[in-house]
Each structure stands twice: as structure tokens, then as C-alpha cells.
Design a protein around this ligand. Structure first.
Ligand code: MG
Ligand code: MG
Length: 262
């Protein structure tokens, strides 16, 4: 959920967690986000409005002592982003927008808990979806896991970017290039920017304690995007379906630690 057109940020890493206490707080922020996704998985169905989903999400976030990170962020008017079908990211929940059988909906959730941020997105099928949509969801989620697997101390940022790109393109889909992942911690968007395409062995060297949001966005058609008149909703220019999967994670001395799970 960060926009950029130029190359990798010049600034080095953003936050590096200092100790187990900071890790535990950020993990709790992530757990709250995961609880919202658990509820979204159940609530997404034909006939539900995206505003209803937003209300459910806000309620869960606040009931756990957190605040919705997105609400008011650069003026964003809701607690979650809901992006349907050819919408890629930043769709605004509406009481007039109802999900229907066969849609896919990408739901992006952020929660701030005691000053720490969790950020995670998932694309959900609405009822029964077509074959192309199913493949798109599988490939985009697979790309996220391919990226996460590269988030290891000693690796470089470009290893993550290249793994995501290779996973998506080798399966005949297009990686969105104008948006990507980011450092996350005290704020939702911290350096570095994490492109979803690039070359292995380049960029920032990763070390334990760095925390990132990895978030491949994939199109079934071309990766070019356009912005709606609402100033927020980003969609594919060619009208093709798009999916978005995101986790917040910490680099450790061993396997990456995923924050945005229960
Ligand atoms: Mg993000
Ligand atoms: Mg997000």
C-alpha cells in the first residue's frame, strides 16, 4: 500500500527491533490484524457490503485495544481497503457496494497496538469463482511465500524481489510494478521500499530484527495501473483481475517470523 515509480529507496532499513519486548508488541499488533482476517474470511459472501466488512474490522481492532492504522492515513476514510476484481489496492468500503457470487475481493488491514503496526492483505473468493480467478489467487499467495522464504539474515532485498517476480512471471501472470512492500514498525510505511521485481544479490543486506511488509500484487493481464477519480482506488488499466497478499514479518537468525498470524 505504498506507491512509487522510481527505484529502490536510497535510505537504508527503517526500524530494527531492539529486544524481545518490542518483538512481542509488534507480534500482538500482527495478531490483531490476523483476527480481523479470520473474521473477514467468514464474513465475505454474496450480498455483504464492503462497508459491513469495514465495520466488523474496526470493531475487532478497537476491541483489542488497537486503532485502525488506515483510518485517516493521508485522509483515507475507512479502517480497511476493499478492492474488488480489477481493483488492485486502496478500494474504499461503501454501503452501496455489495459483493456478488464469483467476485474476488482483496482486503487490506492495518492495526496499531501500543505504537506498533501490523499490516496484512488477503484476497478472498466470493462464493464460487472461475478458474482464472482461482489460479490468480494461488499464484499471488505463492509469490508471497516465495518472497518470505528469502527474508533471511545475510540475504539481500533484491533476493526477495526477484523471487516474487520469478514466481509470478513463470506462471504467466504479471507483477504490479508501481506499488510494493515496505519496512513497517513504528509507522506503517518505513524504508526500505521493497519492489516486487528486481535482481538477486542487489540492494540492502538483511539482518535479524528488520521488519517488513511483503505484498505482491498480481494481474491476470497487464501490470499497468490507473487511479480512479476518488483519488484512492487503483485498478488494472486493461480491466483484468488482480489479487494482493501481504504479511508483516521479522527477519531473525533462523526462519522469518510472520507477525500477522494468530
Ligand atoms: Mg503494506
Ligand atoms: Mg497492507
Amino acid at each position: 500500500m505504498i506507491r512509487y515509480l522510481s527505484g529502490q529507496g536510497k535510505k537504508a532499513a527503517g526500524i530494527v527491533l531492539r529486544d524481545a519486548r518490542e518483538l512481542a508488541l509488534m507480534r500482538e499488533a500482527g495478531r490483531i490484524v490476523a483476527r480481523v482476517h479470520e473474521a473477514m474470511r467468514r464474513a465475505v459472501r454474496p450480498g455483504v457490503s464492503t462497508a459491513e466488512l469495514d465495520a466488523i474490522a474496526e470493531d475487532i481492532i478497537r476491541s483489542h485495544g488497537a486503532t485502525p492504522t488506515f483510518l485517516g492515513y493521508r485522509g483515507f476514510p475507512a479502517s480497511i481497503c476493499t478492492s474488488i476484481n480489477d481493483e488492485i489496492v486502496h478500494g474504499i468500503p461503501s454501503p452501496h457496494r455489495f459483493l456478488k457470487e464469483g467476485d474476488i475481493v482483496s482486503i487490506d488491514v492495518g492495526a496499531t497496538y501500543r505504537g506498533w503496526v501490523g499490516d496484512s492483505a488477503w484476497t478472498y473468493p466470493v462464493g464460487h469463482i472461475g478458474k482464472e480467478a482461482r489460479a490468480l489467487l494461488d499464484v499471488t499467495e505463492g509469490a508471497l511465500w516465495a518472497g518470505i522464504d528469502q527474508a533471511r539474515a545475510g540475504h539481500r532485498l533484491g533476493d526477495i524481489s526477484a523471487a516474487i517476480q520469478a514466481y509470478v512471471e513463470s506462471r504467466g501472470f504479471a507483477i504490479i510494478r508501481e506499488y510494493g512492500g515496505h519496512g513497517v514498525g513504528r509507522e506503517m510505511h518505513e524504508p526500505p521500499r521493497i519492489m516486487n521485481y528486481g535482481r538477486p544479490g542487489t540492494g540492502l543486506r538483511l539482518r535479524a530484527g528488520m521488519t517488513f511488509a511483503l505484498e505482491p500484487m498480481v494481474a491476470a493481464g497487464h501490470w499497468l495501473t490507473q487511479l480512479d477519480a476518488d483519488g484512492w482506488t487503483v485498478r488494472t488499466q486493461d480491466g483484468s483481475l488482480s489479487a494482493h497478499f501481504e504479511h508483516t514479518l521479522a527477519v531473525t537468525d533462523g526462519d522469518p517470523l510472520i507477525m500477522t498470524v494468530l
